[in-house]
Design a protein around this ligand. Structure first.
Ligand SMILES: [Ca+2]
Ligand SMILES: [Ca+2]
Length: 723
């Protein structure tokens, strides 16, 4: 008996010792993570049920072994701020990263935090980036510290195509699409996913965090032809929604979030363009799904199958015509609902697969991975929730809101089965997604739901940063020949030397920001001072040379991007010279609007005069007259153009008080007033041209010629364009 006891004790001791050893081993052998991000992937996947026409067999199979967060939301319905949020674990209303032009490196709260891949690296992981992980990036130093291998980061949305499937106005809005027949390696998604597959074949001495960012299904909706062929155009169904869906939403939402309505209407009314676009998007989903299948297959057949977690997400949702909108950037579910799978390693018995319907956020990924991978904790940074309790019990009570934000002060609270939208002006929408997944009936208008609005409103953020801390200016005056520019170029590139006359310095590209405010792609060129100065007011350069920014003559890639101008823009004045002595040229003025650059005017540049055959220096003033915060760039054309000097004045500059109140509007030559008021119009020399009490909307008298004037009224003073 004694013997037996001793043996048992010894057995227990041995078991304990081996358990401790296992735990120690597990600590040393942290699990790997394969993090897959899809771009603009909404809930149109077979397993999520957003569209039953979609072909996504690989994701559907993956979902069966996953904890499927079927009610997950992005923090922001747009690439850059969404990625910023889940890679930092910080809400956009704290970092100020709200849109795609809020570059991470210029947002200290984001740039100075511990990014998710960095934290894995700090915990002994090998980190690999392939494809689109960030949209704008943190600074170069932060990036290089974060990744062991980023040779395959990015890769581009291409191949770009320029066909005539869509008419010009639609293709400029959404880009064209094509069933490609060329080599599949033309696609960054193919090259990048191969990088991940190759990485999984290697022997790794440390645990890894491998991130793969797909460009698809983001546009251009271009994919290998075989994926288009899987969908019959005649059978493509449009999404269902009531024709009067917009009747019960606030005017604020209509005016601020649905800027593509006219195009969307045109798309839906023109032939079968709508169906073609839907098919192209679906082909891109299936293309990405196929490549994901190859990665998963490689993982399953690798040495890492039993010790690798997979996290798969879409960065934002997408409207395909619902709410008369074809893009993301709204507070509705279409734009914010995303796929989100957490897949335990094969053979893991701690977690069971299944659907979890609790509303969760992509910013929950970071704290969750810290827990399941056993990483060190991070103090005072992460704002998401650790989802482990839901992974262990998918129906556990979860009284936590998931918040989506789009632009300052606009939020959706996702709480249980409710979505409460609150716009910056205080307007609400309320939807019960158990009964109304498409968010068609706005319950906030009904008195009996007032209690629900009030009760959900407690989860709204009470404080938020209103704008980016990035450089924002009211007016600009830059002479490229100034010493300040020479010093700036030297700061960016210590090897910069002022080019010899007639020579160019071309080490300029779009990753460099000058004076922390301009982005440029082109070159710097030197000319003999004040060349061919036919116009007396041209004074750029000094006596020996004039330095210019040079728009290149190839690829339409050159630009000079101005920082966000808070007070709008009145006039832009360019000192330019056509680099081509015989042919006319042009520049275009483009405006950044949500996600893309749109041309707002074309600036013709003269050829040489016939007599001397020497290029002419010109001073060109372009009236812009945008009376709101705006970001502009000058874009090059097909010939060299030298830009010696640029001046951009704020709207209503020259000491005139700006007033962005919408109280008084002008439409061509008509003053639109909401109520009777006293109005005076002055010309730019300050001479009064009109002064009158007006009862209602009034035509400006013919005695006032077209042009720029200053108008004073009880709400303030502003500059107006009469035309
Ligand atoms: Ca996106
Ligand atoms: Ca509605």
């Amino acid at each position: 008996m004694n013997k037996q006891v001793i043996l048992c004790s010894l057995g227990t001791c041995l078991t304990l010792a081996s358990t401790q050893a296992n735990e120690l081993k597990q600590q040393e052998e942290k699990p790997n993570v394969l993090f897959i991000i899809m771009d603009d992937m909404c809930d149109w996947l077979g397993y999520l049920g957003g569209n039953n026409q979609i072909i996504s067999p690989n994701l559907d199979t993956l979902a069966q072994r996953a904890i499927n967060f079927s009610n997950a939301y992005t923090a922001v319905p747009l690439s850059n701020p969404s990625r910023s949020a889940f890679l930092t674990g910080i809400q956009p209303f704290v970092t100020g990263v709200y849109t795609n032009n809020h570059a991470l490196e210029h947002h200290p709260v984001a740039n100075n935090c511990i990014f998710m891949p960095q934290h894995f690296k700090n915990n002994g992981y090998t980190t690999l980036a392939a494809g689109k992980i960030f949209h704008t990036k943190p600074s170069a130093t932060v990036m290089s510290n974060m990744w062991d291998d980023m040779t395959f980061i990015d890769g581009g949305y291409g191949p770009w195509i320029d066909n005539n499937v869509l008419p010009d106005n639609l293709k400029h809005q959404w880009r064209n699409f094509e069933a490609k027949t060329g080599p599949e390696t033309d696609f960054a998604d193919v090259r990048n996913s191969q990088k991940i597959i190759d990485f999984l074949q290697l022997q790794h001495s440390k645990p890894f965090f491998a991130a793969m960012g797909f460009y698809r299904p983001h546009n251009p909706y271009t994919a290998p032809k075989k994926y288009f062929d899987m969908y019959n155009l005649e059978e493509i169904q449009r999404p269902n929604f009531p024709v009067d869906d917009l009747d019960d939403i606030p005017a604020y939402a209509l005016n601020n979030f649905l800027n593509l309505r006219d195009y969307t209407k045109l798309l839906s009314e023109s032939g079968n363009y709508y169906e073609q676009m839907l098919r192209a998007y679906m082909a891109c989903v299936t293309f990405a799904d196929d490549r994901i299948g190859m990665i998963l297959n490689a993982l399953d057949n690798s040495a890492y199958a039993n010790n690798t977690w997979i996290v798969l997400i879409g960065d934002n949702g997408f409207h395909h015509g619902e709410k008369e909108h074809w893009t993301k950037t709204t507070l509705w579910r279409e734009a914010n609902h995303v796929p989100f799978l957490i897949v335990p390693p094969k053979g893991n018995t701690t977690y069971t697969a299944g659907e979890c319907k609790a509303p969760v956020s992509l910013i929950d990924i970071y704290p969750t991975l810290i827990d399941i991978c056993g990483l060190t904790s991070i103090e005072n940074q992460l704002q998401g929730n650790n989802l482990k309790p839901l992974m262990e019990n998918k129906t556990a009570e979860w009284n936590k809101p998931s918040i989506s934000t789009f632009l300052p002060g606009n939020f959706t609270v996702h709480y249980n089965n409710w979505n409460l939208l609150r716009y910056a002006n205080g307007d609400y929408e309320l939807y019960n997604i158990n009964e109304d997944e498409g968010e068609h009936t706005n319950l906030a208008l009904l008195p009996e739901y007032r209690y629900m609005v009030d009760s959900l409103a407690q989860y709204l953020p009470t404080d938020w940063v209103t704008g980016p801390p990035e450089v924002s200016v009211t007016s600009i005056s830059e002479d490229f020949s100034s010493e300040a520019w020479a010093a700036e170029l030297k700061r960016i590139d210590p090897n910069y030397v002022e080019p010899a006359i007639g020579k160019a310095y071309t080490n300029i590209n779009n990753t460099i920001r000058y004076f922390d405010k301009y982005l440029m792609n082109g070159g710097i060129v030197a000319r003999a001072g004040t060349p061919n100065c036919a116009i007396p007011e041209i004074t750029h350069g000094n006596e020996t040379r004039a330095i210019a920014f040079r728009f290149a003559n190839t690829g339409n890639k050159s630009y000079f991007e101005l920082p966000t101008m808070e007070n709008g823009v009145g006039n832009i004045t360019l000192h330019v010279r056509n680099g081509n002595a015989t042919l006319a040229s042009s520049l275009t003025l483009q405006r950044y609007d949500l996600e893309d650059w749109t041309t707002i005017s074309t600036i013709p540049i003269q050829p040489a005069d016939n007599f001397s055959a020497v290029s002419i220096d010109e001073v060109i003033t372009c009236p812009v007259n945008i009376n709101e915060t705006v970001k502009l760039r000058i874009h090059g054309g097909e010939r060299f153009v030298q830009l010696y000097r640029i001046d951009a004045e704020a709207f209503g500059a020259s000491g005139i008080k700006n007033n962005n109140a919408s109280v008084l509007q002008i439409n061509n030559r008509k003053l639109i007033v909401p109520e009777p008021m006293y109005v005076s119009i002055y010309n730019t020399l300050g001479m009064m041209a009109f002064s009158r009490f007006i009862e209602k909307d009034t035509e400006i008298p013919a005695s006032i010629e077209d042009g720029i004037y200053v108008i004073k009224f009880p709400g303030g003073t502003k500059k107006i364009l009469v035309n």
